[in-house]
Write a protein that binds this ligand. Structure first.
Ligand SMILES: Nc1ncnc2c1ncn2[C@@H]1O[C@H](COS(=O)(=O)NC(=O)[C@@H](N)CO)[C@@H](O)[C@H]1O
Length: 143
């Protein structure tokens, strides 16, 4: 899994078109979303993650909690992003990993939104620009 973490004044998105034949079913309300004062986490789930998705979710949770603690963010925006890797996991595995990560972040007390999976989306992001505002993490299952 590849993650790009951007501490932001806000992240907002708007669904434009489907990018997959069968994108995640979404409600009218989910076609637009915004969070202010947020740690935006752009995530590519990778082929290697398919060997142990549960472990990857827990490792991603640990990394996000660590960064959120450092930048003092209590909101997290989970954003499916297929452009951080050339070895993408299958969409059904990727969606399952992202849904589980969203759930575990909520378990840990974060306010969480997840952008819809399998769609082209317009988005606006305001990066705060402090030294820890732009970070990346790579997570690999131990197998
Ligand atoms: N492994 C993945 N990790 C994260 N997001 C993914 C992954 N696979 C698919 N997606 C989601 O599905 C959308 C489209 O995926 S994509 O790989 O970019 N594009 C396609 O698969 C098709 N457009 C054929 O190229 C992405 O924008 C993202 O929302």
């Amino acid at each position: 899994m590849r993650m790009l973490l951007i501490h932001s004044d806000y992240l907002e998105y708007e669904v434009k078109d489907r990018a997959l034949k069968n994108p995640e079913p979404i409600s009218e309300e989910q076609k637009k979303g915004r969070l202010d004062e947020v740690l935006a986490v752009f995530i590519s789930v990778e082929k290697v993650d398919e060997t142990n998705p549960e472990e990857v979710v827990e490792k991603a949770l640990t990394e996000i909690k660590d960064v959120a603690g450092q930048v003092k963010a209590n909101r997290v925006f989970v954003y499916p992003f297929a452009h951080l890797s050339s070895e993408l996991a299958k969409p059904d595995v990727a969606l399952d990993v992202l849904r589980k990560l969203e759930e575990r972040l909520r378990d840990e007390g974060f306010e969480v939104k997840r952008a819809p999976f399998g769609y082209y989306k317009a988005f606006k992001l305001s990066c705060k620009g402090h030294p820890l505002a732009e970070l990346s993490r790579t997570i690999v299952p131990t197998g």
